[in-house]
Design a protein around this ligand. Structure first.
Ligand code: 3H9
Length: 716
């Protein structure tokens, strides 16, 4: 296919005097190389030139972009594809990469930077792979996370290269490999420095052409030997299928389809596997679940630009964290790679505990190879442990993570203001206390905002930033930029009871309590919501969050929204009075057996808690009814947040609910869920529940209007 516009081609062939043709990837008008049908056309044309030139004896595929090899297929293009178009796209990719693999002149991939998805598949089709030993170099087939499958030969060539047993987890989880690990797996053949990588690859290509270099075959592992037999292969694939079904509850079609493709290839050869892959890719990319996950990725990328219209952020060279508890320690863990971090607490004992955990975390990362010793030492030396407020002087950003008590937080703010520069930002990591109330007595309320992290901080991707009417744009821009540096997806919301995430979580958990009062069974309720797609059920979640925290929030938000029929069960408060705080004090809805060899045993319902909900006799509720009661309340509250301007747009609402609360990702979030099933359907289901359960199910005005006018929240 030829270039349709005046744009330069995405691939340029450089003919070197030593007989090596370098095919330089350089997707026009994109910061990274991305595969598209246009890219394939340019690639085919460059290959024609390479193959036809007798002076070229070998080839190298390299990127002209800084620090990135190929970021995979163009995800923006995927959004508009139906199944047939998806299959056609990857069939074209297959044809091209089969040509690379079958080339009589050896072709070597020079990988510096990310080689993701189709980008890694391009490298897999080459005859040899050289990678730079650089932290930016990362290799993965992340398609499963996007609800699709590796569609350019990955399900066939990866097992062939690294063995079935190693390939399965890599394709089924999409995990990224650094260069060293990739070498160990046999995914790449040689490591070098980023600087001379193209020359090293060219030398290898010539040696392959001359027959003086051969790929070293991987030493077979016991699992490889098992996979080499028919029954062994069936056993490994059968175990993988069981594992997928257990983890996904059958809700995600991509991993099962991936297993079908691998199985087809293993049983009937590369061609059969490739055909299954092309069909499977089309089916997944055309499906609503695949589309929702792709749009989620695009929304996460898009939201990184949220600060573009704001004044430039202030540089943060010193971050203060007040409170060295679990949250404060987590915030330090995601910040210490950036700058000096002052972790302040009242007692050396709490600082000592945090220091021990942070050190252990660094040691673990060094052991896993994700940190060098030097980097570990550098990050550790960024930490300052202090009991003295004076040490906050010079901090450009301070995040308090102390106990959820309004008076305490106000006092902490006043103490900090006494030593802080007037243009230092003060952030509260509260999950529900209104930021405006915390800032009431502040000397500089314009620099006060909320930075609501989720627990455990290093693992949870969301940061909810809360602004009041007084928060200055420069303060917001500084918090946003810092959140992105911490690797978080940041949404900005307005101040109000529970902000966004806590506000939509409260009726969800509250309804679960009411269902227990009506006689629902704890396990059946948790199972219903997990079968709908939440990662944990509402009751298990309350145990994790803390029943005391939940009761506190239910009381505050229940009071704030009582006039519109919010109903809260008194049971949570009674449980707290009886000493039930959840998992943290080993007294919750569930009994958690002690860990054995780092693994937790199966939790059991604590029968005593039914005493707080009318006794041990339980009733059966239809799963769909339980799901509707909880999930629709959450959806309705989310829409209300948009209606009231707490949320700036539906995109942020979807991101917040999925990344912060585990709303089923394949639905695309509460707003995309409404678009998927239709606002009229949601309103009708809520109206039915209103007649049976009460006014709290009144659909909000915005939902009713959207149902009446057949509108959607998202255009695409
Ligand atoms: C696949 O490959 C299927 C195959 O099997 C089939 C083959 C036929 N598409 O994130 P950033 C853009 S599935 C379109 O802010 P970073 C991104 O939108 C794909 N655009 O930077 C943004 O554009 P803009 C498997 C893409 O440094 C800009 O690049 N691949 C794509 O934090 C910068 O992005 C993946 O899943 C793409 N694939 O992170 C990789 N990738 O400035 C997805 C990037 O106009 N990508 N862009 O808004 C990533 O993980 C990260 O973007 C990356 C850079 C690590 C590359």
């Amino acid at each position: 296919m030829s270039n349709l516009t005046e744009q330069p081609p995405a691939i340029r062939l450089e003919k070197r005097p030593d007989g090596v043709g370098i095919l330089w990837f350089d997707t026009p008008e994109s910061p990274v190389n991305i595969l598209s049908s246009r890219f394939f056309g340019d690639f085919a044309a460059a290959l024609d030139g390479f193959e036809a030139d007798p002076s070229l004896r070998a080839g190298v595929l390299a990127s002209a972009k800084p620090d990135s090899f190929i970021a995979g297929a163009d995800l923006k293009q995927f959004v508009g594809l139906d199944a047939a178009q998806g299959t056609a796209l990857v069939t074209e990719g297959h044809r091209l990469l089969d040509r690379v693999a079958a080339s009589r002149k050896p072709i070597v991939a020079a990988i510096h930077g990310v080689a993701l998805g189709g980008g890694l598949e391009v490298a897999l089709a080459c005859h040899y792979r050289v990678a730079s030993e650089d932290p930016k170099t990362q290799l993965a087939l992340p398609e499963v996370q996007l609800g699709v499958l590796p569609g350019a030969g990955g399900t066939q060539r990866l097992p062939a290269l690294i063995g079935l047993a190693a390939a399965l987890p890599a394709i089924l989880t999409g995990s990224r490999f650094k260069a060293r690990k990739a070498l160990k797996l046999g995914l790449v053949d040689h490591l070098t420095s980023p600087r001379g990588i193209v020359d090293v690859a060219a030398r290898a290509a010539l040696q392959l052409a001359e027959g003086t270099l051969r790929r070293k075959p991987r030493k077979p592992t016991p699992l490889d030997r098992l996979a080499a037999t028919g029954p062994g292969r069936s056993f490994i694939l059968g175990q993988a299928r069981k594992d997928v079904l257990r983890k996904t509850r059958g809700l995600y079609p991509a991993p099962l389809r991936i297993l079908d493709c691998i199985e087809a290839g293993q049983a009937r050869g590369f061609r059969a596997g490739a055909t299954a892959e092309q069909q499977g890719f089309g089916a997944l990319v055309g499906d609503s679940k695949g589309k929702a996950l792709i749009k989620l990725f695009l929304a996460m990328t898009d939201v990184k630009k949220a600060g573009e219209h704001l004044p430039p952020p202030r540089r943060v060279s010193r971050l203060g964290i007040l409170g060295a508890g679990f949250m404060g320690e987590g915030i330090a863990a995601v910040s210490m790679s950036q700058n000096t971090v002052v972790l302040k607490d009242l007692t050396p004992a709490s600082l000592g505990k945090a220091a021990k955990n942070l050190d252990a975390g660094l040691a673990k990362r060094e052991k896993s190879g994700s940190l060098t010793r030097l980097e570990r030492d550098r990050q550790w030396s960024n930490l300052v442990f202090s009991t003295d407020t004076q040490d906050l002087a010079g901090c450009e950003l301070v995040i308090e993570a102390v106990f959820e008590k309004l008076e305490l937080k106000r006092q902490i703010l006043a103490d900090a203001e006494a030593v802080l520069h007037p243009q230092a930002v003060f952030a509260s990591n509260t999950s529900a206390l209104p930021i405006g109330r915390i800032a009431e007595g502040a000397k500089h309320p314009e620099r006060v905002l909320g930075m609501h992290y989720f627990s455990p901080v290093p693992k949870m991707p969301l940061l909810e930033i809360i602004v009041t009417d007084q928060t200055a744009d420069w303060a917001l821009s500084t918090a946003l930029a810092y959140g992105v540096k911490q690797g978080k997806t940041c949404i900005v919301v307005k101040d109000g009871p529970g902000f966004y995430t806590t506000r939509i979580l409260a009726p969800f958990v509250g309804e679960a309590m009411l269902l227990l009062e009506e006689g629902a069974d704890i396990e059946a309720l948790d199972k219903a919501l997990k079968d709908f797609g939440f990662p944990v059920g509402p009751i298990a979640l309350l145990d994790e969050v803390g029943i005391d925290v939940g009761a506190h929030i239910a009381r505050d938000l229940g009071a704030a929204f009582a006039e519109r029929g919010w109903k809260t069960s008194p049971a949570a408060a009674k449980l707290v009075d009886a000493g039930y705080c959840g998992r943290k004090n080993a007294k919750g809805f569930y009994i958690y057996p002690p860990e054995k060899k780092g693994k937790s045993g199966k939790k059991q319902v604590n029968p005593e808690v039914y005493g707080f909900f009318g006794g041990p006799a339980r009733k059966s509720f239809p799963a769909a009814e339980m799901v509707d009661r909880l999930a629709l309340l959450m959806v309705n509250e989310a829409v209300r947040c948009l209606e009231e301007g707490i949320l700036g747009n539906a995109r942020d609402g979807d991101l917040g609910a999925i990344l912060g609360l585990g709303f089923p990702p394949f639905t695309g979030g509460p707003f995309r869920y409404v678009d998927l099933v239709g606002a009229a359907d949601v309103v009708a289901r809520m109206e039915r529940l209103k007649t049976t359960c009460g006014d709290r199910f009144t659909p909000c005005a915005m939902l009713v209007e959207m149902a009446r006018e057949g509108k959607r929240f998202h255009e695409d």
